[in-house]
Design a protein around this ligand. Structure first.
Ligand code: NDP
Ligand code: 8X3
Length: 249
């Protein structure tokens, strides 16, 4: 039975992935900042498998280290790390961008992913086994105006995935980089700081991806035979041709 640690498991892609991989019989470590959500998800998933929850902010190195070091001995062997936590904050031109939004995106989407990975990689190297799945975005493929800092963070995730593959393949560690297009989750609600009406316009007039669609793709990568590594995957809703272009009815 594999042990899988998922960051950002309290919502959207991370939550659906936790649900699917739990139903497939894997032991799951769910992570996020919202304790109540973690606890209710833990109860839900415990019906299918063993679950452990860790509450930490990926931007805070001390919290990351403390949380991961607190894992009981029998949970310390992490077979699969899914670096999913992340968000966009704001949609503004650089000249008007809020620096605290930039900090949140750079610290969360890039530094947070590095902090968590640094805690998990040494064990994988020792065991000569493991799989790291990084959730990037189609925003890494095509920069869009007003989302430059978010796009830059996701480009960084692509580069980090590539670098991990260069450094870790010889240790038998697989690295997968996934670039989803528009997925209807809490993503836009967070980007627009709780403005639900504005968030819903992002998904209006076409069928956006569901978190479950990305969970399916992640599960495919996790379940591939030992000799098969899915290195990169890009998944669009059928109505989206590139990050800036969605055909709406
Ligand atoms: P959600 O907003 O639904 O989920 C984001 C998750 O990340 C939550 O569980 C949240 O948990 C966690 N998170 C955010 N910031 C932090 C932090 N600082 N520390 C710890 N956890 C954090 O969005 P999605 O499910 O859509 O996003 C998941 C990933 O997918 C992100 O990396 C996003 O960039 C990427 N993505 C999303 C797309 C989309 O269209 N939705 C498209 C392409 C990529 P909590 O608040 O409890 O901490
Ligand atoms: C989220 C997808 O196109 O809104 O990464 O940037 S997009």
């Amino acid at each position: 039975m594999r042990t899988i640690l998922i960051t950002g498991a309290t919502s959207g892609i991370g939550k659906s992935t936790a649900e699917l991989l739990a139903k497939q019989g894997n032991r799951i470590i769910i992570c996020g900042r919202r304790n109540e959500v973690l606890e209710s998800l833990k109860t839900e998933l415990s019906e299918f498998t063993e679950v452990l929850s860790l509450k930490f902010d990926v931007r805070n190195l001390e919290e990351v280290e403390k949380a991961i070091n607190s894992l009981p001995e029998e949970w310390k062997t992490i077979d699969v790390l899914i670096n999913n936590a992340g968000n966009a904050h704001g949609l503004d031109p650089l000249s008007e961008g809020k620096t605290n939004d930039w900090d949140s995106m750079i610290d969360g989407n890039v530094k947070g992913l590095l902090y968590v990975s640094k805690m998990i990689i040494p064990g994988m190297k020792e065991r000569n086994a493991g799989h790291i799945i990084n959730i990037s975005s189609v925003a890494a493929r095509q920069t869009y105006a007003n989302g430059v800092v978010y796009c830059a963070t996701k480009k960084a995730v692509d580069v980090i995935s590539e670098g991990m593959r260069l450094e870790l393949t010889e240790f038998g560690i697989k690295v997968t980089n996934i670039q989803p297009g528009a997925v209807e989750t809490e993503f836009s609600l967070v980007r627009f700081k709780g403005d639900g009406e504005r968030a819903s316009t992002v998904y209006a007039g076409y069928e956006a991806l569901k978190a479950e669609d990305i969970a399916d793709a992640i599960a495919y990568c996790v379940n591939a035979p030992k000799h098969v590594t899915v290195s990169d995957m890009t998944i669009y809703p059928s109505a989206q041709s590139e990050p800036r272009t969605i055909y709406r009815k």
